[in-house]
Ligand binder design. Structure first.
Ligand SMILES: Nc1ncnc2c1ncn2[C@@H]1O[C@H](COP(=O)(O)OP(=O)(O)OP(=O)(O)O)[C@@H](O)[C@H]1O
Ligand SMILES: [Mg+2]
Length: 291
């Protein structure tokens, strides 16, 4: 069934009302709807008629093999690229047609983290976190306070003056998360954010993301090729295959009863997964000493 079909039925009636949930305030911007999104690059069809509904405040997984179109979809959702066809909505607002100041304003309300962290080697930890606040032209004293707050949020206060080369991969990703959240975005996009990390560090970063979602009421869109990551943290998931949504639903349903060949292929060999059961069952405590 198409995700948009689900929108007015079952759990998605709940989703629809979540769009007007006052808890989210301006963060209604965090609910994302894609309708018939297609994208082509020269001879390559990257996405075909993608329909998705990402509830505000959820942790939504998008999984697929290499080349399935995940990053393209993420760039379209984060308004870094326009679709050739189709529509993108944040809450009730159509956003794929935004441009100029309105587009930049909207882009400032989202954070992104990547596999390779994308931090600036010329700046220390605090300098990296401060960067988006400086770009936004905020006052120095506010920036100082906000950076402290963010260091605490991601639990790296002792590294505030450290150079990047002195950090582990997990610590670098914590810096990247702090930087992404600096301007208080409504949505955090994660493109293979744990793919370069070992299993234990992956687990602690996923735990942190989950904690932040609870604390800040943000929406998290998480792209990965690892089923274990989806199982550990996501509530809903879309399986992308050759630019199309092969399957869409709850993570529990996907694992219990994968309906598409693409999902079965991704699940094959996963076994119980290397991250274990803890996070899935609601455990939020961090495993320390893992980075
Ligand atoms: N800027 C571009 N120019 C040309 N082709 C592109 C461009 N970006 C993506 N593609 C093509 O679109 C398809 C989807 O690419 P995309 O990067 O979205 O896949 P992905 O699922 O993120 O893969 P991976 O897991 O390897 O990161 C691929 O065939 C890719 O070669
Ligand atoms: Mg990619």
């Amino acid at each position: 069934m198409s995700p948009l079909g689900l929108f007015s039925a079952g759990k998605y009636t709940v989703v629809a009302s979540a769009f007007s949930d006052t808890r989210f305030g301006d963060k209604t911007a965090g609910g994302i709807t894609l309708k018939g999104v297609s994208k082509r690059y020269a001879m390559v069809t990257a996405l075909t008629e993608v329909d998705l509904v990402i509830p505000p405040g959820s942790i939504f997984g998008i999984i697929g093999k290499s080349g399935a179109g995940k990053s393209t979809l993420l760039r379209i959702m984060s308004l870094l690229e326009s679709p050739d066809r189709g529509e993108v909505y944040y809450g009730q607002e159509r956003v794929d047609t935004l441009w100029g100041v309105a587009l930049r304003e909207r882009q400032r309300k989202m954070g992104m983290i990547f596999q390779n962290f994308n931090l600036m080697a010329s700046r220390n930890v605090s300098g990296n976190i401060a960067y988006p606040l400086e770009i936004a032209g905020l006052h120095k004293s506010y920036i100082r306070e906000r950076v402290e707050e963010l260091l605490e949020l991601v639990d790296i206060t002792d590294k505030r003056k450290a150079r990047l080369r002195e950090l582990s991969g997990g610590q670098k990703q914590r810096v990247a998360i702090a930087r992404a959240l600096a301007v208080k975005p409504g949505v955090l996009f994660c493109d293979e954010a744990t793919s370069a990390l070992d299993p234990l560090t992956t687990r602690s970063i996923l735990s942190l993301i989950r904690e932040l979602r609870e604390k800040l009421c943000i929406t998290v869109v998480l792209i990965t090729h690892q089923m274990e990551v989806i199982r550990a943290i996501c509530e809903d998931v879309a399986v992308l295959n050759a630019g199309q949504v092969a399957e869409y639903g709850t993570v529990r349903d996907l694992f219990a009863n994968p309906r598409s060949a693409a999902a079965r292929e991704l699940l094959h060999g996963d076994g119980r997964g290397f991250l274990g059961q803890g996070i899935v069952e609601g455990e939020t405590e961090r495993s320390d000493g893992d980075e």
